[in-house]
Design a protein around this ligand. Structure first.
Ligand code: ZN
Length: 164
């Protein structure tokens, strides 16, 4: 899915996790939002990839889009060093990444920007590059932009409002 939709999913996760530890609300929210777009550091066309294009071009050349950065191993490797500093923030970061993997698992795209066909994410990479997922939502299509994105954005705002 598109970065804006991933951020909406990350906001939903972040709001709910931040509510459990209000004293760490801001770092938890920031970690969930970062995690929600971090896997797409593997493409120079993504929100994060455009900002850090030398890194994203390198990662893309090695793994391709929706490769190793869309796996459970990547999630654990990113969480581990943060866990040493703050387990709640690490959990928020991991939750954000998981929302990304789940959203990509039900979406599909085509063309050179994607560098892949079909749907899914390689959850068990590097054990297998087989992708887990369903072709339910076209990336940047009407279902994503007119239903899922506004739904998740409203859900995040309503959840945040309820917690205030
Ligand atoms: Zn992705």
């Amino acid at each position: 899915m598109m970065g804006r939709t991933h951020l909406a999913f990350g906001a939903v996760a972040g709001v709910h996790l931040a509510a459990s530890i209000p004293a760490l609300g801001l770092p938890i929210m920031a970690a969930a939002l970062l995690g929600s777009i971090l896997p797409d550091l593997d493409t120079p066309y993504s929100k994060l990839g455009r900002r850090f294009w030398p890194v994203s071009k390198l990662v893309f050349s090695i793994f391709g889009h929706r490769g190793g950065t869309h796996s459970l191993l990547f999630t654990g490797l990113v969480m581990a060093p943060v866990w040493a500093v703050s387990p709640p923030v690490a959990l928020a970061l991991g939750a954000g990444i998981i929302t990304h993997l789940a959203a990509d698992a039900i979406s599909f795209g085509q063309g050179p920007r994607f560098g892949w066909r079909g749907a899914g994410v390689p959850l068990l990479w590097p054990l297998t590059e087989a992708k887990t997922g369903l072709r339910l939502v076209k990336v940047n299509g009407p279902l994503e932009n007119l239903v899922i994105l506004p739904w998740m954005a409203l859900f995040a705002v309503q959840s945040g409002w309820d917690l205030i």
